[in-house]
Design a protein around this ligand. Structure first.
Ligand code: 5GP
Ligand code: ZN
Length: 138
């Protein structure tokens, strides 16, 4: 995808502060970090959403997250990390090439948990929702 910024970083066409290069994945610092050490973990192959990842790419992506999470935390002297994916336009995903954010966290850093991004507008009962998902899974 020639118009995709992350494909262009993967191809070395535009610079990035790369922290890991693997056969199917690269990781680099977010250019507008939410905190020091904010890393993006990116499959080399272009797909927009998590559910479009090939199984091998998904394995490699999460393995890279697993490998990076501890060192990113330790390198920054952080207490933990928030790890997340904006998956689709409606979620605020601005770059339509799958990427996992790893953001170092400290006690009292002023950021919230994943729960704080949701206003909790829930209309349906758990059994109904569970049944709908199980039916779609097949
Ligand atoms: P999203 O909102 O799609 O989950 O996150 C995209 C992230 O990519 C943002 O945090 C943004 O700062 C980062 N970003 C956008 N363009 C570039 C770029 O050219 N280089 C780097 N390193 N990060 C970028
Ligand atoms: Zn791309």
């Amino acid at each position: 995808m020639s118009g995709c910024i992350f494909c262009r970083i993967v191809a070395g066409e535009i610079p990035a502060e790369i922290v890991a290069r693997e056969p199917e994945v690269i990781a680099f610092l977010d250019v507008q970090p939410l905190a020091d050490g904010h890393v993006l973990v990116v499959p080399r192959a272009h797909v927009a959403r998590v559910e479009e990842l090939a199984p091998a790419a998904a394995d490699a992506l999460f393995r890279a997250v697993l490998r990076l999470a501890g060192p990113v935390r330790e390198a920054l002297g952080a207490a933990g990390t928030t790890i997340g994916v904006n998956n689709g336009d409606a979620t605020g995903q601005t770059i339509p090439h799958v990427h996992v954010h790893i953001v170092p966290r400290w006690e009292g850093d002023g950021a919230g948990s994943v729960h704080t991004i949701f206003p909790r507008h829930v209309k349906r009962k758990l059994p109904e929702v569970g049944a709908a998902i199980r039916k779609t899974l097949g």
